[in-house]
Design a protein around this ligand. Structure first.
Ligand code: MOS
Length: 724
């Protein structure tokens, strides 16, 4: 394994992005393009009795107003977690049945977006409404039986005899991903082939899911998704509008584009469900964590079951002999929730790492020293070794950079001259290091160009830059003429890019392809001298090109996973591998300042140190961490979807009222990396980074608020009014 540090380099797409040349799906120009607009349901649950479409159809320039009557024979592509391709098992517009507010009930297609929007507002619908419960507290919400998730030792007994005990309930609200890039689909139907342009993390699911829904041969469905303007789990599978737009393009025999207004995505896409966490912890007189209990309730929809997995993190974060966890799902009348950046880890770490801070305080320990003393050395769940774990190094390096030793011990002991209260907090996080099956096809040509087709999606995280670094390291090719094809299942099969496995899956297979190509070249060379790069030698030897194709899966996975990859089905492995367990780790140190009059909470300074294995693209990796920290600050202090239980929908469904941090909210974010290759997960030594970056930020802020004020806040978001 190479252990050299990769150089800092700009994004390979930096110039194009700055010049506005990067082409996102909704920017693809097609001749005769028609424009679509969806009509959202105005009720939560019930059925459509009748439509009055006359006014909409009368608008000049309207090409079609489609309702469920026009989708006869179309099937649901099925729920992703049950062998299907979509995150909503309930595909909208297949019948008169309505299951959540805002689901599309009609699709207007017109000559322009303005006409489509105008006509959509004129669609009249008569509904039959049924009672509903849209929030966990609703009388009609249905709480399912508790399911135990992890158990070891005798937690009840250990808690009963612990020298120090804490117990708390922590609340995390419903949150919605809001990538800059809106949800959109552009569909073109020509010569029996359907081409879809859509920003997606899962172009394979689009291909096979749309084919299944519309009864097409998957070979006649093409998907192009070279760039996304943010995914965050929202775009991780087939969404309801794709099937509708594809069908419209086929019916009208014209390309159709839909860009979903932001207000609608709060009610159409999957989201982070609300959750409640009851955490009980106990320590002995020496400051050892002896028992931990983590019981959670998590909101669900009714159509599908999105399983909760909070204890994957909390069962293995600390070396405690007694641990138990369980989860209760609460069915509500909402669309199926799903994965949003650090889906379970973000709320679980807020709860558990807040409770750890409370326990350290109760036991009279420094919260940093308390964590160092209770670090897990082997995986507490399986007893297997961690493939690598530098959490202690993250804590020690973070403390050094932050200046933790200057922290006043007592709460409310640090104050500025104007009365501003200062608090310093720490928390840790972890996120599974997973890998998906991947295929890379690499062709180096005598004409000086190189084409690499590989499984992967560029959500904006910088995967193209990491791919470029891995490809050009040690391969004598012209770096200016490298074409990287990703997000295109017509090139090589595409796996869902999510779960922080993108770089850890794509970079190793790209390195393997580069090595295989070099070996092919060396065989061809057969001892002859080499002057110049591979292209020049191929030209001299009159070989138009050489090509290799390689594939790679997670450790221990059988070759059968490639059959799933070939069908667009998820097949990632981790964090449990046959002989080890693999996680990325992070430590966050946060300073908060609380203004004396208003109690406004500011975060001027964060230090985050990450163990993500080898860092392939230092600049985009650091950007990922900063983005995760910013989102963590938003989750801690700003972000919540406000659901009116009588209305059953999100009221603050725009970026003016769904409050996110802005530039002025963010101070200094100092990012550090351990940058030590993981020796077991893959040959590149890469784990993941995208999600671990935000895990623990909210807890570090809550812990800093406690240190500043002596007040413990257990409900997200934490706002000024909570400190009055
Ligand atoms: Mo991610 S939340 O696994 O797309």
């Amino acid at each position: 394994m190479t252990t050299a540090t990769y150089p800092d380099r700009a994004r390979v797409d930096a110039r194009d992005k700055v010049l506005g040349k990067t082409r996102f799906a909704a920017d693809v120009p097609l001749a005769r393009m028609a424009h679509a607009m969806t009509v959202p349901s105005r009720i939560v649950r019930g059925r459509i009795v009748s439509f009055d479409l006359a006014a909409a159809r009368a608008v000049k320039g309207v090409l079609a107003v489609l309702t469920w009557h026009d989708f006869e024979g179309v099937k649901s592509p099925g729920f992703l977690m049950r062998g299907g391709y979509a995150f909503q098992g309930h595909q909208p517009m297949l019948s008169d049945r309505l299951v959540h507010r805002g689901e599309p009930i009609a699709l207007v297609v017109a000559e322009s977006l303005a006409i489509a929007s105008d006509a959509a507002a004129r669609v009249r619908v008569e509904y039959e409404e049924m009672p509903f419960g849209a929030v966990m507290e609703s009388p009609l919400a249905q709480t399912l039986e508790a399911t135990p998730t992890h158990t070891r030792g005798d937690t009840r007994a250990a808690l009963a005899t612990a020298a120090f005990r804490v117990e708390g309930e922590y609340l995390s609200p419903l949150q919605c991903q809001n990538p800059m890039e809106l949800i959109s689909t552009t569909a073109a139907w020509q010569d029996g082939t359907l081409t879809l342009h859509e920003g997606t993390q899962n172009s394979g699911a689009l291909k096979f899911g749309v084919a299944a829904a519309l009864g097409l041969d998957p070979a006649r469905v093409e998907v192009k998704s070279p760039y996304l303007g943010g995914g965050f789990g929202q775009k991780n599978s087939l969404q309801g509008q794709t099937v509708l737009v594809a069908r419209a393009a086929m019916l009208l025999d014209r390309p159709v584009k839909l860009v979903m207004p932001r207000a609608q995505l709060f009610h159409t896409s999957s989201f982070r469900p609300a959750s409640r966490h009851r955490v009980r912890l106990g320590a002995d007189a020496e400051g050892r964590l002896v028992a931990a209990s983590h019981e959670a309730d998590m909101q669900n929809g009714r159509e599908d079951t999105f399983a909760a997995n909070f204890s994957e993190l909390t069962a293995r974060l600390y070396d405690t002999p007694n641990y138990e966890s369980s989860v209760r799902l609460v069915r509500t009348d909402v669309q199926t929730p799903g994965f949003m950046r650090a889906p379970f880890e973000q709320p679980a770490a807020f709860a558990f790492e807040s409770a750890m801070d409370e326990l350290a305080h109760a036991a009279g320990r420094d919260p940093l020293a308390f964590r160092l003393a209770n670090d897990a050395v082997r995986d507490p769940v399986t007893g297997h070794p961690f493939s690598s774990r530098f959490l202690k190094a993250c804590l020690e390096e973070g403390a050094r950079r932050f200046g933790w030793e200057r922290r006043g011990t007592a709460p409310a002991s640090m104050r500025a001259a104007d009365g501003t209260r200062i608090g310093w907090g720490v928390a840790v996080g972890a996120y599974k290091a997973a890998m998906s099956p991947s295929i890379a096809r690499l062709r180096v040509r005598a004409d000086g160009s190189t084409r690499l087709s590989v499984s992967g999606h560029e959500m904006g995280q910088g995967i193209r830059t990491a791919i470029f670094a891995a490809l050009t390291e040690g391969l004598a090719i012209d770096p200016d003429r490298v074409e990287i094809v990703i997000g295109d299942p017509g090139a090589v099969p595409q796996h869902l890019t999510a779960g922080s496995w993108g770089t850890a899956s794509t970079v190793p297979v790209v390195r393997q392809a580069a090595q295989a190509l070099q070996a092919r070249f060396d065989a061809l060379r057969d001892g002859r001298p080499v002057h110049g790069n591979l292209h020049q030698m191929l030209a001299r030897w009159r070989r138009p090109h050489i090509e290799v194709e390689v594939r790679l899966q997670a450790p221990g996975q059988p070759d059968a996973v490639f059959q799933r990859l070939q069908r667009g089905l998820p097949a990632a492995g981790g964090p449990d591998y046959p002989a080890f367990v693999s996680f990325s780790h992070v430590a966050h140190f946060v300073e908060v300042r609380i203004e004396p009059g208003t109690r406004r909470i500011r975060v001027p300074r964060v230090v985050s140190v990450v163990d993500c294995g080898r860092v392939v693209s230092p600049r985009t990796a650091a950007s990922q961490v900063r983005g995760g920290v910013v989102w963590g600050i938003g989750a801690a202090l700003r972000e919540a979807a406000e659901v009116d239980p009588r209305h059953g929908g999100v009221l603050n469904n725009d970026l003016a009222e769904y409050v996110l941090p802005v530039n002025a909210d963010i101070g200094e974010i100092d990012v550090g990396f351990i940058d030590r290759p993981d020796p077991l997960l893959n040959e590149a030594g890469v784990k993941g980074i995208g999600e671990v970056a935000m895990v623990g930020v909210a807890a570090a802020i809550a812990n800093a608020i406690f240190h500043a004020t002596g007040r413990r806040l257990r409900t997200l978001p934490m706002r000024a009014e909570d400190l009055l």
